[in-house]
Design a protein around this ligand. Structure first.
Ligand code: SAM
Length: 243
């Protein structure tokens, strides 16, 4: 069949992929934050700080944090005074996020279940659109990029952070061994869920290389599409502007 897509290393129908990605994140939602710390050695906090420094949220701006999950990126932007809509296809992830926001007494946040491919927001609603470690899970990535472009105002900024395969000699093979052997085992021990963490690793491996993804951003209508690698290319911040 030609319309099959990858769910990790498996080929499935687009509907089945969306369903299974949903099951992965429902299954990991309660353990998601602790697993992030364990798998990245706490590094994801620094990556997210750096990402938000690039976005430069300003007080009063309307920002859509897509695939916002449990709110890590949205919280950082709300603390700078932005009005942040946290959207995710998975209600369980958003529920954990709301509880965390209440515990921190954060304001300036609203929460909405949305599929990144078919947003319910009006055209030109947001000053910035962010998506962090989310887009590789989306079934139809070009559709999600077109929607990002549609909901941004003129002059709006698009920022995406995603894992990428490292180009550093030596590092790539060490990372590959870590990712394919260690992460699923940690997932098994900590979350009793080896399969979900195996999917997360495979989805990183399958995601387009930074230059290919940069071209997809440009194809969605963004100008000055750029890919800015960090840490020897382990993580890449992509950006673009709507004019
Ligand atoms: N941005 C958060 C962070 O960095 O901590 C969460 C990232 S988490 C790895 C990926 C998120 O993407 C999950 O919460 C998942 O439900 C969401 N997601 C997957 N497919 C999606 C889609 N089509 N539309 C919106 N969210 C989606």
């Amino acid at each position: 069949m030609t319309d099959e897509v990858n769910f990790g290393d498996e080929l499935v129908s687009p509907e089945e992929k969306t369903r299974r990605v949903g099951a992965v994140f429902s299954s990991v939602a309660r353990r998601y934050d602790v697993m992030n710390d364990l798998m990245s050695g706490g590094m994801h906090r620094l990556w997210k700080d750096r990402f938000v420094n690039r976005v430069k949220p300003r007080p009063g701006e309307n920002i859509l944090d897509m695939a916002g999950g449990t709110g890590d990126v949205a919280f950082r932007m709300a603390r700078r005074g932005a009005q942040v809509t946290v959207s995710d296809i998975n209600a369980d992830m958003l529920e954990v996020g709301k509880e965390r926001a209440n515990a921190r007494r954060l304001t300036g946040l609203s929460w909405k279940v949305e599929n990144a491919e078919t947003l319910s927001f009006a055209d030109a609603s947001f000053d910035a659109y962010t998506i962090v470690f989310g887009i590789r899970n989306v079934t139809d990535i070009p559709a999600a990029l077109r929607e990002a472009h549609r909901v941004l105002k003129r002059g709006g900024r698009f920022y995406c952070m995603e894992f990428s395969s490292s180009d550093w000699p030596g590092f790539a093979s060490i990372y590959e061994a870590y990712a394919s052997r260690v992460i699923p085992r940690v997932g098994k021990v900590v979350a009793n869920d080896e399969e979900s963490y195996r999917y997360l690793v495979e989805s990183i491996r399958r995601f387009p290389r930074p230059e290919a993804f940069r071209r997809m951003i440009a194809a969605a209508g963004f100008v000055r599409a750029a890919a800015d690698p960090m840490l020897g290319g382990l993580v890449t911040i992509h950006s673009g502007w709507k004019i």
